[in-house]
Ligand binder design. Sequence first.
Ligand SMILES: [Zn+2]
Length: 267
Amino acid sequence: MSGSKNAMIWDVHAHLNSPRLAGDLAAVLARAQAAGVERIVNIGFDANSSAESVALAEKYDFIYAAVGVHPHDAAAAGSQTWDELRALARRPKVLAWGEIGLDYYRDLSPRETQRRVFIEQIELANEAGLPIIIHDRDAHGDILDIIRAHPPVHGGVFHSYSGSWEMAREVLSLGFYLSFSGPVTYRNARHAPEAAAKAPADRLLVETDCPYLPPEPHRGKRNEPAYTVLTAAKIAELRGVSLEEIAAVTTANVGRVFPRLNSAAGE
Ligand SMILES: [Zn+2]
C-alpha cells in the first residue's frame, strides 16, 4: 500500500475511537500514512471500545486491534464481558489482549477488583493464544508479582513504559517488550529516556497512546498516530542511531511480539 522508500513505523497503541479523534479520523489517518506511520494497533478498554476497535480493524487494512478491559473499568466487568471479548478475540485482526493491568494512580476501580480482573484476563489471553498489553501506573510491585504467579504464556508489551531501568530489566527478563510513547521526549522525563536508551533493540516498540500523551512539541494538545515519528526520532537520538534504524527494528519486533500477524491475516 505504500510507495514510501523509508522503513514504515507501527504505532502499537492508539485509541482512534476516542471522541477526540473520531470526528476527523480520515484526516488523522491520512497524516499518519503521509508521515510513514503505516500500521496502527487500536486498543480496547472495555467491551464496547473493544468491539469498536475490531470494527475499525475490519474497515481499514492498516489498522489492527487489541481487546480487553482497562483497570479503570475493572469494576464493571463480568461474565458477559468475558463472553463478548472471547468472541472478539477470535477475529483474525485481533493481535493482543489489552489493555489490562493495574492503575493505583487514579484508583477508578477498587485495587482488589483490579487485581482479580487482571489475573482473569491473563488467563483469557492464554486461552485465546494472544500476548497481553499491560497498563501499569504506580503499581510496579503488584504487576510483577501477578505476572510471575500467573505467567502470560504468549508474552506481551509494557505499554507507555515510564518505569526505572531496574524495573525494565525485570520486565525484559520475563520476556516482555517495552513500548515508549510521548513522555520519552519530555525535558523533565526521568526514567523513560534511560530505559529507551538502554533496552535491547530487539525489545523496543513505539506508540502514541493517542489522544493522550503527545510528544514534544505537541505537549498539552491532542495526540495522533503521525506523531509516533517524533517519539521514534527521540529514541534514535538517545541511542545514537538513525530514525530509519528505529523504524526497522521496531517493525521487526512487531512481527515477533504479535505472532498472529504472521498468519493469513498478516498482510
Ligand atoms: Zn491506552
